[in-house]
Design a binder for this molecule. Sequence first.
Ligand SMILES: *Cc1c(COP(=O)(O)O)cnc(C)c1O
Length: 399
Amino acid sequence: MLDPKSPIAWRFAQMNERFASAKAQGLYLYQQEAEKIDGMHVTINGRDMLQFASYSYLDLLGHPKIDAAAIEAVERYSSGTHGVRILAGTIPLHTELERTISEFKHTEATMVYSSGFVTNYSTIAALVGRNDVVISDKLNHASIVDGCLMSRAKFVRVAHNDMASLEKALASVPPGKGKLVVSDAVFSMDGDILNLPDVVGLCNKYEALLMIDEAHSVGVIGETGRGIEEHFGLYGGIDIKMGTLSKTIPSVGGYVSGSEELITYLKHASRAFIFSAALPPAQAAAAKAAFEVILEEPERVKRLQRNVEHFLTGLKARGFDTLNSVTPIVPIIAGDDERAWLMAKLSQERDIFVLPVVSPAVPSNLARLRANVTAGHTIEEIDHAMDVFAEVAKEVGVL
Ligand SMILES: *Cc1c(COP(=O)(O)O)cnc(C)c1O
């Protein structure tokens, strides 16, 4: 039973008060139900809204080939598996999906997990331990941070995309220690891209393993959407390629791709692979079909990249600060938390579904709308959304 005087009770009360106060002011915008989904149109609270908070960058959610693959998998294998992958849970779809990803990422081998978060968490914890050092960009995703903490390795955070800071961290690792550098490819709050060529150079110089999280890179950057290596035309520098099956790929799960030796090790050392249930058949089949669709319909990547360009140029022309974003993740800086909340609320009242990101997720003077543009938006829809953002920004004093 909860002791009402304990710090646990205090934490519950704090959070509940914060929630109740936002709710009372009509500023609680999270966890709204999308009752119907049709490309970038969603029905929320009975209203048709234009979706600007989606991770479905290539608009693959609802693709007929992908949906059909999922349905067929349920008919053949049912809704779950006989448990964990290493024991009774593996079905041919897992192996086929892993082969498809290996081909897509030009690697020898791949393993899939049932969540992207767990993929990072469990992989990092299996790669490094007490006698190692793990070096992580300050803006890396929470699942990377938690994996680093869980690993018990010495955890060094370096300034964002700052090569001098990375080199200093690498140079100060005592001899004999294992070294892992881990980073997002595309940063999930700011939308900028990691300086991969320099990071690879430093990891080679200091003999450190390099792990890259491509959650927002696969399907998004590179001429055919193969990700950060294609973007830079630089192959062979990444030891551990991680990605999610829940963003561009309209399923759920995560993968790690690399050498045969790496994957054999992880399949027998990574606790989430050994102790957590296999990816369900429908999700494995959908993910496999989605990788195929990306290559079969290259115009989707082209349309996405054209839309990103149009959105960023248009926002800057209207006077917005979008930091260093060059991807579909576009921070529209509002300043303080209050203005970000209000801009999001007013945009939603005008049927643009966009969400605020406030402190502590981002620094308190950089609260923002986190707007996502996708291949599923038309130029007219993007123009309309930008006009709405400019209108509400003027109303709350951002522009
Ligand atoms: C979303 C995300 C994850 C986690 O993936 P899920 O499949 O949603 O669990 C990991 N890393 C980054 C950078 C992400 O944005």
